[in-house]
Design a protein around this ligand. Structure first.
Ligand code: 26Q
Length: 811
């Protein structure tokens, strides 16, 4: 923890400002003030960063490298201030200078290099590793453009590119001297030297991978870890001016453009695989640069390559970085001269893999022809891995061709990345109990029987530092005042809060804090959406990627039903509710975009209908992202976690909401089950089909959505409302949703779960009327959220998978 008093902070800040901008503070713009503050804090952080790196080099502790295509960090200033322990000093010092810290924080662009859950999980994990003194590094891509900015124009999503670097980024440090070369295309020349085959890569296209390092600050422990993101640049030799004289200018330009496109933009699909060559280039690009730099660092410290797996753990976040396996093999074989078996032992001991989805359409399978041409040597290695793997299968299941074909890494001219990831790693984990069970008994069952010991569950978590301490300081203060501050280092201690939930004063304070946060959120909505909402109404929130399986449509249909009820019966007594939606649709995902339009049309109709708009209102908040989540979640009463059971691997916003004292309405899916187990059935509202029912329908059929449509008048009415012009002049506007539900038999059981969802919502209404009961339920959710801190998750990864020394316990 940095010791710093207000006076010296003030002085340092004023000096920094002057030095940077050459004008007086009072003449500066807010952007300039933010830049100076960021730069000052970065300087403080840098000192501890250097110390940490020195320490790691001295102790030689095992390093963990978390490889991920996505890191959804959000803003870093507030996080850094909190973790180095000077947030309060800074806030007061700035106040003395008539500067509002929160206002300045808003000038920081979100670092939005991720789509959703998987990318945010990577960010929470980095925070926990640093805070638990684990030598943990991130490795990914420095996309020039992050996840697109979403605008809603005429009710429709419009994508705007996210030029997040345009005002600069104080947190990153370019390390040109640590660049690596990544090779694409070309041919492999095989020769024999001293009885050993030698592989030489010729005529390849070289790409320069330049690292940019970002500090990851641990919580008050003087540890600053590193996130290394790679940027693709032309190798200057290949783009030199001699080209001009040779008249190859266009050729050189083409090369430059093609290289730079690699780290140009994040793919905005989060659950849909399309075999794009650029995506494959991105994957190999960062994985190759990452593995090369790990080996270089390892060897620089004079260590024996055969001990690599004792000192390095590489974790792959889903299959996207799976090429780390053949790339590590390539280096160990071709550059270090190891024998296959030794290289394979080292590689599998080093790599571990997390699966995040069971959606078949998200599984990565690369066409052999394309792959081979782009990565000829890597392809040869995968072929060899496949051959040896199939031999192992043959020995184990002689004659069982079906099974071997099913499990092979290369089959039907495709490379199955999940199979490669399982074969090439020592650990495979799912992200919630149900998800892991499904992997074991369905999706990966063949592999589970082959390698039962590789499989384990690691239920996801969230960093309570960002999602409680930083985003909800008022609640944090109440908890601290009530149970002390041990929960900050040991979030499980939040349990001690439960005893106090029979104290009416505490319940009242909980209510007041929620109200305050709702008012804050109402202001955000007024500012961003120009809509007035009532903080006395129930804030009922569904914010996440827009996807059929997450069932925003179910939520929308019940609002349409409620609207019908209120019109039919003007005396219908409900607690006023505000329905809040947010989330981005993949640009090519028509149904998801249509869902956004439906929500906006329903909002438009209801918000302008004076018969109901004192009782219900609907908001779609644009451009949902980490910094907005931090403002929405603390102000939420009801958290909607309503995915079709079995489809959501875990979910993590469910955890963020409970930690901030929202009541969850949920299906028994993903981590919702574990949340229910923690808080017990009385403190969560569960509805919908069970796992067995869903799996049974998928396996044996027997569901007909049209039967429900024909038999349930409320269902019939809302479905008809989709296509009768009620919400849009163009009756065909929502035809895709209608067809999805009726013509194509409702793959996600929206209509099947509709009735039980309505009953769940009636229960919310009834419970909310008993204020102290409601507040107690909220308190119980907070008290039981500690287990969902990513510190718990990371401790499980560290001890169960990575073999890191966990020394933070002595703190
Ligand atoms: C793959 C190939 C080509 C292009 C894009 C992709 C791609 C990109 C991102 C596929 C998947 C993703 C992201 C998946 C994701 O966010 N999954 C979520 O992971 C969370 C953390 O484990 C879980 O809580 C969620 O349940 C899961 O949906």
């Amino acid at each position: 923890m940095l010791s710093m008093d207000k006076k010296s902070f003030k002085k340092a800040y004023v000096n920094k400002f002057l030095e940077m901008h050459g004008i007086e503070l009072k003449e500066g713009t807010n952007q300039q003030k933010y830049d100076a503050l960021g730069s000052l804090v970065r300087d403080y952080v840098t000192r501890e960063w250097l110390k940490t790196n020195k320490k790691y080099n001295k102790t030689g502790e095992k390093q963990v490298y978390y490889f991920s295509m996505e890191f959804l960090l959000g803003r870093l200033l507030g996080d850094a201030l909190l973790n180095i322990g000077i947030r309060d000093v800074c806030k007061e010092a700035l106040a003395d200078l008539s500067i509002n810290l929160e206002e300045l924080e808003n000038f920081e662009q979100d670092q939005g290099l991720g789509n959703g859950g998987l990318g945010r999980l990577a960010a929470c994990f980095l925070d926990s590793m640093a805070s638990l003194n684990i030598p943990g590094n991130g490795c990914g891509i420095r996309y020039k453009y992050g996840f697109f900015e979403q605008k809603i124009i005429d009710g429709k999503q419009v994508e705007v590119s996210d030029d997040w670097l345009k005002e600069g980024n104080v947190w990153e440090k370019r390390k040109a001297e640590k660049s690596e070369i990544v090779k694409f295309g070309g041919e492999i020349k095989v020769s024999e030297i001293n009885g050993r085959l030698n592989f030489t890569h010729v005529n390849f296209e070289p790409v320069l991978a330049v690292p940019y390092d970002t500090p990851i600050v641990g919580y008050e422990n003087e540890i600053v870890n590193t996130l290394r993101l790679w940027s693709a640049e032309a190798v200057s030799k290949e783009f030199d001016f001699s080209s001009f004289s040779r008249g190859d200018f266009l050729q050189a330009l083409k090369y430059k453009n093609s290289v730079e496109s690699i780290s140009q933009v994040l793919y905005p699909e989060d659950s849909f695989y399309e075999g794009k060559i650029l995506r494959l280039k991105q994957q190999y690009f960062f994985v190759s640069a990452g593995v090369q730099s790990i080996i270089r660092h390892f060897k620089k410290h004079g260590k024996d390559i055969e001990l690599f797996d004792e000192k390095v753990a590489i974790h792959i976040n889903d299959t996207h970085p799976t090429l780390a396996i053949p790339e590590l093999m390539r280096i160990l074989l071709d550059e270090e001269g190891l024998e296959w078996d030794v290289a394979w032992r080292i590689t599998t001991n080093t790599v571990s893999y997390t699966n995040h989805t069971i959606l078949a359409e998200a599984l990565e399978k690369w066409p052999v022809d394309m792959f081979k041409e782009l990565l000829p040597r890597i392809y040869m290695i995968i072929e060899e891995i496949n051959e040896r793997f199939c031999k192992e299968l043959w020995a184990r299941y002689p004659g069982n061709w079906d099974k071997i074909a099913r499990m092979a890494i290369i089959a039907d001219d495709k490379i199955k990345m999940a199979h490669l990831a399982i074969a090439g790693s020592h650990s495979v984990n799912g992200v919630a109990k149900l998800h892991t069970d499904i992997l074991k008994k369905k999706e990966m069952t063949d592999f589970y029987y082959l390698y039962p010991n590789k499989f384990s569950n690691k239920t996801n978590g969230i960093t309570h530092r960002r999602w409680l301490l930083k985003s909800n300081p008022e609640l944090t203060k109440l908890i601290k005042d009530t149970i002390g501050d041990s929960f900050i280092r040991h979030p499980i201690d939040l349990k001690n809060f439960e005893r106090h939930l029979y104290d009416n004063v505490i319940l009242e304070q909980l209510g007041k804090i929620k109200k305050y946060n709702k008012e804050r959120l109402a202001n955000v909505i007024l500012k961003n959406e120009n809509l007035v909402i009532d903080p006395n109404s129930i804030f009922d929130v569904q914010v996440k990627r827009i996807h059929a399986y997450k069932r925003q449509i179910l939520n929308c249909l019940r609002i349409m039903d409620l609207y019908n009820q209120l019109i039919d019966n003007p005396n219908f007594d409900i607690v006023p509710r505000t329905f809040i939606f947010g989330g981005k649709a993949a640009p090519g995902y028509y149904l998801a975009k249509n869902t956004i339009e439906l929500i906006n049309c329903v909002a438009n109709k209801i918000n302008n209908d004076s018969r109901v708009n004192q009782k219900i209102k609907v908001v779609f908040i644009q451009n949902y992202r980490v910094s907005l989540a931090e403002q929405i979640i603390p102000g939420t009463d009801v958290s909607e976690q309503i995915s079709t059971t079995t489809k959501e691997a875990s979910g993590t916003s469910n955890m963020k909401f409970m930690m901030n004292g929202a009541i969850t309405v949920a299906t028994l899916d993903g981590a919702n089950i574990e949340i229910r187990d923690e808080v017990t059935e009385e403190n969560i509202i569960i509805f919908g089909l069970t796992e067995d029912e869903v799996l049974n329908y998928y396996q044996n059929g027997g569901y007909r959505s049209s039967d429900i449509y024909n038999n349930d008048v409320r269902v019939k009415r809302v479905i008809d409302d989709l296509v009768n012009g009620k919400y849009h002049n163009d009756k065909d506007k929502f035809k895709s949703i209608y067809e999805n539900l009726i013509t194509y038999n409702d793959e996600f059981f929206v209509l099947k779960d509709f009735d039980s969802y309505l009953k769940a919502q009636d229960k919310v209404d009834a419970l909310y009327r008993d204020n102290s009961k409601w507040q107690r339920m909220c308190g119980i959710n907070i008290a039981h959220s500690g287990i969902f801190s990513s510190d718990r998750t990371i401790e499980e990864y560290a001890t169960g998978i990575w073999g890191s020394e966990v020394i933070y316990k002595n703190l």
